[in-house]
Design a protein around this ligand. Structure first.
Ligand code: ATP
Ligand code: MG
Length: 167
């Protein structure tokens, strides 16, 4: 069986990693969708799809399950979103998501949905991590080491702090 997991991964963090490590034991292969792929360089979505692919691929290098990382752009019609996702991904039979809209759209499409347990959701949240980066507070312990490397390589802290400023 092939599983599907989607997020924006702005940035990819230990909550996502924990879920994917758990899924890896139950599926033969995992398809990971990088959502809102066309958006970058905003305070809510600082990183490009390519940078997020790098974060995921490096962090999952030791996963004992083959995986595919596929950027997926937004479509402006939720009713067409599942077909759009399917047009971009290898076929999958089970979706792992706790996001209410994602769950609803896949259930309506007749797809098997499982909702994984959250991993320390209060601290392990993209919103919290972006705010900590902006405020100059420690954030490195909330993401896999490979994500720290990628964010430093692309000067991501400086990017986020500059685009949050005003002119
Ligand atoms: P943001 O605050 O930017 O929305 P996020 O932490 O919710 O970031 P997303 O990329 O939106 O991250 O999430 C992708 C998927 O990962 C979502 O289905 C979300 O519910 C799930 N997720 C997010 N944080 C955790 C966590 N700590 N443990 C388990 N799953 C998580
Ligand atoms: Mg979210």
């Amino acid at each position: 069986s092939r599983g599907f997991y989607i997020g924006r991964f702005q940035p990819y963090h230990n909550g996502h990693q924990s879920v994917l490590e758990r899924i890896a034991c139950t599926a033969d292969e995992i398809v990971i969708g990088v959502g809102s792929a066309q958006v970058s360089h905003t305070v809510a979505n600082p990183f490009t799809a390519g940078e997020r692919v790098l974060m995921l691929t490096r962090s999952l290098a030791d996963l004992d399950c083959p995986f595919y990382v596929i950027p997926i752009e937004d479509v402006q019609r939720n009713a067409l979103w599942v077909a759009h996702v399917r047009s971009m991904t290898p076929p999958f039979d089970t979706v792992y998501s706790s996001n209410p809209l994602v769950v609803q759209l896949f259930i309506e499409a007749g797809v098997n949905v499982r909702s994984p347990e959250m991993h320390e959701r209060l601290t392990h949240s993209g919103t919290v991590i972006r705010q900590r980066i902006l405020d100059g507070e420690p954030w490195e312990h909330l993401v896999p080491p490979a994500v720290v490397d990628v964010i430093h390589e692309i000067h991501g802290v400086e990017r986020l702090q500059r685009i949050a400023g005003s002119d």
